[in-house]
Design a protein around this ligand. Sequence first.
Ligand code: AVI
Length: 315
Amino acid sequence: MNFQFHDYQPVFEDLHTSVVKGLQQSPKQLHPKFFYDEEGSQIFDQICEQPEYYVPTVEHSICETYAADMIACLGDDCHIIEPGAGSSKKVRFLLNRMQPAMYVPMDISAEHLRASAQKLANDYPRLPIHAVCVDHTKPYKLPAEIPANKRVFFYPGSSLGNFDPDDAIRFLHDIREKAGADGSLLIGIDTKKSVDVLNSAYNDAAGVTAAFNLNLLKRIQNELDSEVDVDGFHHHAFYNERQGRIEMHLYSNKEQTLRVSGSTFRLREGESIHTENSYKYTVDEFKALAWEAGWQSERVWQDERKYFSVHFLRS
Ligand code: AVI
């Protein structure tokens, strides 16, 4: 089997330190990377099935419609590198239609990465796979086995939207350096659109996004020596037009005190804990951001309603 696993043994940031630091800030905040424990990852998969959360379906339909064009841009014998690959589902629209020289899924979760890379190796037995277990938001070097030429980074799902713009530029710059002189990037970016559509996408009627957000408090309650009344909070997300981003918050239903390992944090009724930003970019705004990081825009594909964009950029 053509499958190698490179374990960089990424250090998981400590939940306790991050929670205490975040709750000491004003306004209070919790880091969104802690959404994705086993439970949170399952809830996220359910978010992707909610009718209001258009991101995965629209991106998928753009990729299916324009797959031939995208493949022509990628070129033959390319090495596809996917940071935060998770279950490597999205790359299949490419693998079903072309034969890249190598696929490099990267993820922080060793177990998840090993299982999904193994499944991929079974489904595509002729595809050389180098799975890299790493935190791609921290400095790292790609394994020497990955040829330095024809590197194509693949970053779907508008994951870049969860970075603040300065961090987004830093990340794009880092992958540009890694992509090299003939490298490229295929990336999915959510666009600005009607505020109603955006607000509904992050406040779905079935309450799945609410459960995803509240799961952060459950983690604190279950994993840390703490007293947290999860029912004392409710989820709300809204589009902040000035910042061009969806903000997710947990609002306190009452005046209350959270206790986390000996520290106490007082909350007023209605006070929020800010848990996530999801930036939205017009096509031109994203091109400008990518340009700052050293990328040249070559192609952009969109759906008819222009709800989402898939960009192809070159070094
Ligand atoms: C993973 N990321 C791109 C999602 C987003 O749309 O920002 C996370 C999410 N949060 C709530 N719903 C989806």
